[in-house]
Design a binder for this molecule. Structure first.
Ligand code: PLP
Length: 397
């Protein structure tokens, strides 16, 4: 089918939650995508920070093929070797000692919210409230849209789930005031993604950790977007010299096979006992085999350092470009999670970029966001900068 045929079929039978889409992608390899009409693109969005190893990475493809020929699914009524090995490997690379697997980011955050509430309930000191940040994004289930500090995601879905309160990101005094005795946790993205690629202020995350310790409550990091090498280290919090009590992962964990994970300390893991939580597909052999191959590749020698260097040089070039274009308010981000804020909506710019063969996307109305696969080269990203410069020229920005 060509793009027009796919669009017509889509519009006839898909519920319109995504609006008009520009492309129908048919094939990918590395950082290159081809649409249904055969046009080629350089992918700078990686399926929203999912395909961190690029499309159809041979190690992941091989793991999927191999596992698909052995066993796809058995449910968590039985032990699953790939699931246990994935948990072990994840634990070798971060603070979390215990894991729960599910199918995506919202489910991982649901698990984090539920284990937090149950942890405090079991201790006999219920603290069901959770503080999150304005402009945050935590998913689309009822509890996770409630956790999401953006009213536009709540509209029409009221009543919200009780027990959430919001503070401005980077405002420590507001957080301090929000932590009353019924608050059991603070939940943050270490770098806000969907809300506009917003960086934590210097010292903010460390101060949040100290505040949580002082008040004896839990810190949850939603690393669904920032995790798996996206910002430089394997997990974003590792560059800030602190650890949360709970961390959630999804997007990049299996390079495109659906999976989510909630990891926590041994202490917090006590919050869930048999029967407390479950997920039919969670941690199934296929998704875990893909995640194992992904994680082994990401943590291979030099992989993350190389991606970080490409990100740094891309960032430098964008900053130089910003100096020549008054429409650019700020270039920010870390590693290969980069946002360019403009004075006006970026939709026309994204359209021009795609027409010029570069796939990128927004983060809120005025921020152009780049989330390329971590395997992109300096040459590819230099091409992105020159295409961007040309598109800005065409728009008179
Ligand atoms: C994408 C995202 C989610 C939601 O993940 P889904 O897999 O779409 O449910 C949650 N938190 C953050 C930070 C995200 O970027």
């Amino acid at each position: 089918m060509n793009t027009a045929e796919i669009q017509a079929l889509n519009d006839a039978c898909i519920i319109n939650t995504y609006g008009a889409r520009k492309l129908a992608i048919a094939r990918g390899e590395g950082a290159t995508l081809w649409d249904a009409d055969g046009r080629e693109y350089l992918d700078c969005f990686a399926g929203i920070a999912v395909c961190n190893l690029g499309h159809c990475h041979p190690a992941v493809t091989e793991a999927i093929r191999d596992q698909a020929g052995k066993l796809l699914h058995v449910s968590n009524l039985y032990y699953i070797e790939q699931q246990a090995r994935l948990a072990q490997l994840l634990s070798q690379h971060c603070f979390a000692q215990k894991w729960f697997f599910c199918n995506g980011g919202a489910e991982a955050n649901e698990a984090a919210i539920k284990i937090t509430r149950r942890y405090w309930a079991q201790k006999g000191t219920p603290k069901p409230h959770i503080v999150t940040a304005d402009q945050s994004f935590h998913g689309r289930t009822m509890a996770t849209i409630t956790a999401t500090g953006q009213p536009k995601y709540h509209q029409g879905f009221e009543p919200m789930v009780p027990g959430f309160r919001y503070v401005p990101f980077n405002d420590l005094a507001a957080l301090e005031a929000a932590i009353t005795p019924e608050v059991g946790a603070v939940m943050l993205e270490p770098i806000q993604g969907e809300g506009g690629v917003r960086m934590p202020a210097d010292g903010y995350l460390r101060a949040v950790r100290e505040l949580c310790d002082a008040r004896g409550i839990l810190l949850i990091f939603d690393e669904v977007q920032t995790g798996l090498g996206r910002t430089g280290p394997l997990f974003a919090h590792q560059d800030f010299g602190i650890q949360p009590d709970i961390m959630t992962l999804a997007k990049g964990l299996a390079n495109g096979v659906p999976i989510g994970a909630m990891g926590c300390t041994d202490e917090v893991a006590q919050g869930f006992s048999p029967g407390a939580h479950a997920c039919t597909f969670g941690g199934n052999p296929l998704s875990c085999a893909a995640a194992l191959a992904t994680l082994e590749t990401l943590t291979g020698p030099g992989f993350l350092d190389r991606a970080k260097a490409v990100g740094n040089s891309f960032m430098d070039q964008l900053k130089a470009l910003a100096a020549e274009h008054p429409q650019i308010v700020e270039v920010r981000g870390k590693g290969l999670m980069i946002g360019v804020e403009f004075k006006e909506p970026v939709a026309p710019l994204i359209t021009r970029m795609i027409e010029s063969g570069i796939i990128c996307g927004p983060a809120g109305p005025n921020v152009l966001r780049f989330l390329p696969p971590l395997i992109v080269t300096e040459e590819q990203m230099a091409r992105v900068v020159s295409v961007l410069a040309a598109c800005l020229g065409e728009l008179g920005w």
